[in-house]
Design a protein around this ligand. Structure first.
Ligand code: NAD
Length: 298
């Protein structure tokens, strides 16, 4: 395929910049989102707007979804007026949302019955990675399908084929274990240092150049200290990922003792009504536990 027509479904924090990179690279796009207002920005950049997932699938050769969770992918792909009702045999469906590996496989099996070629391609790198087209894309599926779609992935970031369908979601689960545990660690360290009377900005700076340096300290450290928890990646989405991770650990009988504590900390943030904060807002939960007056909580 030289330049296939691309259908892009789900134009939120991630989908908007990702789809705009494809338009800028010269691809023709047709888009859809259940929230009408979400399409405005990408339509203004040159995409055609469809009235349903089915309509997108009727018009495009490669259909990408970037929606929140497993039930949203099932609704967009297999539900009423879903992709499966409009897609043709031999066309491509790539889900880039973060969902349960088991759902990636079951949706792929249903699509395969119609002769559709599927990949799962969840991403890491956050809103900044989406804006800068530097996403790490973890792909599951057949090698020839991956090679066909790779030029499209290349426009949004760096794609690696990890194994069979569903493997991308397994690797993404591993990624989210590390990010969640790191956020909890950075939060605990900043809470300890602050309560013991050290300027937390100094902690962020000095730790950032030693063995403890990490993406969370680098991208979020100063913002955490300043109580700036604008998303970014929302607590509710990371909590969703942790639910997927705990279930996947259960499916494969892999105990996840460290992650389970962090899962409960995210559960606490949800219970306190902080679901829309950036995931680095987990700091506020550790501050509550230590009796520190948090900078910004709501
Ligand atoms: P978001 O909530 O900002 O956007 C999701 C969009 O999907 C919304 O506009 C919503 O209206 C739309 N949508 C939901 N169901 C739909 C359906 N059935 N049909 C059409 N549109 C539908 O979420 P986001 O932050 O862009 O995240 C999208 C996915 O990417 C999630 O799975 C998330 O876990 C993953 N992700 C997000 C980040 C991040 O930093 N935000 C980073 C890596 C991965």
């Amino acid at each position: 395929m030289s330049k296939p027509k691309i259908g892009f479904i789900g134009l939120g924090i991630m989908g908007r910049p990702m789809s705009k990179h494809l338009i800028n690279a010269g691809y023709e796009l047709v888009i859809y989102d259940i929230v009408e207002a979400s399409v405005t920005e990408v339509a203004a950049a040159g995409a055609a707007v469809a009235g349903s997932c089915k309509e997108v699938a009727e018009q495009a050769d490669v259909i990408i979804t970037m929606v929140p969770d497993s039930p949203d992918v099932e609704a967009a792909a297999l539900g009423e007026n879903g992709i499966i009702e409009g897609i043709s045999e031999g066309n491509y469906y790539v889900d880039m949302s973060t969902i349960a590996p088991s759902v990636a496989v079951s949706v792929g099996e249903k699509m395969a019955e119609k002769g559709v070629l599927c990949l799962d391609g969840p991403v890491s790198g956050g809103d900044v990675g989406a804006q800068n087209a530097t996403l790490s894309i973890m792909v599951g599926g057949e090698e020839d399908v991956f090679n066909t779609i790779k030029p499209i992935f290349d426009i949004m970031g760096n794609a690696v084929l990890c194994g069979a369908l569903g493997s991308g979601q397994i690797v993404k689960a591993c990624n989210q274990v590390l990010v969640a545990v790191t956020i909890a660690g950075v939060s605990e360290a900043l809470t300890l240092g602050t309560k013991a009377g050290v300027d937390p900005i100094k902690i962020v700076k000095v730790l950032g150049s030693g063995l403890a340096r990490c993406g969370i300290l680098e991208n979020r450290g100063e913002r955490m200290v300043n109580g700036d928890f604008d998303p970014g990646f929302r607590i509710r989405l990371h909590y969703k990922d942790l639910n997927i991770i705990m279930k996947t650990g259960n499916d494969y009988q892999v105990p996840l003792p460290v992650t389970s504590v962090v899962h409960e900390l995210f559960n606490t943030a949800m219970a306190k009504g902080r679901s829309e904060l950036d995931h680095s807002g987990l700091l506020t939960v550790l501050e509550d536990l230590a009796g520190i007056e948090a900078r910004t909580k709501e």
